[in-house]
Design a protein around this ligand. Structure first.
Ligand code: FE2
Length: 149
């Protein structure tokens, strides 16, 4: 049976609004990650790796925008955080790759868990697709570590 568009809790509805705090946290994390990659790209030892990392930075900003759109549709409120000042906080290249590998997997797991919990089909879809992107990022980071061994 098809769900009616007017069903409560569907399509960035009340159920999604119940995740407002979590979604704000996700937006913060995406913007943090985007900034981190932007700075990390400057430390990349090759042009190819620099491009891969810059692409991840762009992906994370897109994720933040998708989440902020979902947040607005669900709550009617605007939320978008400022990029953090991280200038002295990026460790040496390979250590940063390891840190990001763990962060990407943690983000993917969080998104998958919330996607399973919510009854809102659009929030499920969005978080499912973000979880896949973060897993891909983790795989790309793993590959870059392999190349540096
Ligand atoms: Fe992301």
């Amino acid at each position: 049976m098809m769900d009616k568009p007017t069903s409560p809790g569907m399509y960035f509805g009340a159920d999604a609004a119940g995740y407002a705090d979590a979604i704000r946290g996700y937006i913060d994390n995406e913007i943090y990650s985007s900034k981190y990659y932007e700075l990390l790209a400057r430390k990349a030892p090759s042009g190819k790796r620099k491009q891969t990392i810059l692409k991840m930075s762009q992906d994370e900003i897109k994720h933040a925008k998708k989440l902020a759109t979902a947040y607005f549709l669900a709550t009617g409120n605007h939320y978008f955080s400022q990029p953090p000042g991280l200038y002295n906080r990026i460790p040496p290249f390979r250590i940063a790759l390891r840190e990001r590998f763990k962060e990407e997997y943690a983000a993917s797991a969080k998104y998958s868990k919330t996607a399973e919990e919510t009854d809102d089909s659009l929030l499920q879809e969005l978080l499912g697709s973000l979880a896949q992107d973060e897993r891909r990022h983790a795989a790309e980071l793993q590959e870059m570590i392999e190349e540096s061994i």
